[in-house]
Design a binder for this molecule. Structure first.
Ligand code: SAM
Ligand code: SF4
Ligand code: SF4
Length: 342
């Protein structure tokens, strides 16, 4: 795939950050009820999902993706909810793959991946990230709260790697007291596999998860725990602004990543923008409101008008929630992760 440099007119936000990564949530539905994301404690199994007509169509998503690409976006990640629950996602990927120079990725809980990996790859997907929070079935089921077994997610990871959606990144959200005893078993399992295991600090995204700081396991602690069994050394970032801090095993067993969204805010290099399932644009994971692009699309706006709106939204961007949180700023009413896409 050809990477290209951003066009000269690519907008910069008020902190001089370019817009590089677009995350598109294609459904707010999910077959899991992860305790840190869509806990049953709030709505039971019956979340108030968006009606079908509110969702952006694939044609609308592709039209927007082209306009974003023209303004410097070089990577699109499909997410959700669970993106593989949306019908014929391969049809969307095929259309996105016609946009020159876009890296196409997808984040999934892995439950439907084993059967779909090769059709996703054939449609033009480049890589997948699979979320997996434990190797032990009881712990995993406590995390996903949907009685879903580990083996099927592992089969999805292997199928993805086998058909070339590699390297597969495996994301583990660490919640103290729930799955932190799985850090080392996960490490032992994925060491030497070619897959890149990444530990994510449990974030205060949305309001449903009743987040408490004491449940966060700092990335530094994760690295210390692993280093005690498998000595690690730091690796330089792949590119400027990479959010995962990279470490490799000193004996050549591969690498891991840690994403310290809470303890080491990385807002200053944040180049991400998010499109919600119903076509609202969010300039931060912790934004309290979005900009309605769907009404522009459905109101007959031309490409130039929509491109102009996107550029103005980015140029006005001043978000740095995680830095402010670190400085003790109070949390505002936030958008749920399953709607905005993680
Ligand atoms: N359903 C797909 C999945 O789980 O991979 C995609 C959507 S999910 C919202 C995207 C990512 O956000 C997942 O890796 C998930 O673990 C992560 N996530 C959700 N809530 C989180 C939280 N409170 N803190 C940290 N990561 C979270
Ligand atoms: Fe679903 Fe992903 Fe949220 Fe878990 S993290 S509830 S799999 S959207
Ligand atoms: Fe980016 Fe907002 Fe996260 Fe900071 S808090 S890294 S600005 S999404």
């Amino acid at each position: 795939m050809n990477m290209r440099s951003p066009p000269p007119a690519a907008p910069r936000d008020r902190r001089n950050r370019p817009m590089h990564d677009l995350r598109i949530s294609i459904t707010d539905r999910c077959n899991f009820r992860c305790v840190y994301c869509m806990p049953k404690t709030v709505f039971g199994r019956d979340y108030p999902f968006l009606p079908r007509e509110e969702l952006l169509t694939y044609e609308e998503i592709v039209r927007l993706a082209r306009l974003f690409a023209a303004q410097g976006v070089c990577k699109v990640r499909l997410t959700g909810g669970e993106p593989l629950l949306r019908k014929d996602v391969e049809r969307l990927i095929e259309q996105l793959a016609t946009i020159p120079g876009l890296e196409l990725t997808l984040t999934t809980n892995g439950s439907l991946l084993a059967a779909r990996a090769s059709s996703l790859r054939d449609a033009g997907l480049h890589r997948v990230t699979v979320s997996l929070d434990a190797l032990d079935d009881d712990v995993f089921k406590r995390m996903n709260d949907a009685d879903y077994p580990v083996a099927r997610v592992l089969a999805g990871i292997e199928a993805a790697a086998a058909c070339g959606l590699a390297p597969v990144k495996v994301n583990m959200v660490v919640k103290r007291g729930t799955n932190d005893n799985e850090i080392l078993p996960m490490t032992r399992h994925f060491r030497g596999s070619g897959h890149i295991l990444r530990f994510i600090e449990y974030m205060d995204a949305g309001n449903a998860n009743a987040w408490q700081v004491k449940e966060v396991v700092p990335a530094g602690e994760v690295v210390r725990r692993i280093d005690a069994e498998f000595p690690l050394e730091a690796v330089d970032p792949n590119y400027e602004g990479e959010v995962a801090e990279r470490w490799r095993y000193r004996d050549g067993g591969g690498e891991i990543g840690v994403i310290a969204s809470v303890t080491q805010a990385f807002c200053s290099g944040c180049t991400r923008i998010r499109l919600s399932t119903d076509g609202k644009l969010y300039t931060c994971l912790f934004a309290t409101s979005g900009h309605d692009l769907r009404s522009l699309l459905r109101g007959g706006a031309g490409d130039e008008q929509i491109a102009d709106a996107i550029a103005r939204i980015w140029q006005a961007r001043d978000d740095r929630y995680s830095e402010l949180r670190a400085a003790g700023a109070p949390a505002a009413q936030k958008i749920e992760m399953s709607y905005i896409g993680g």
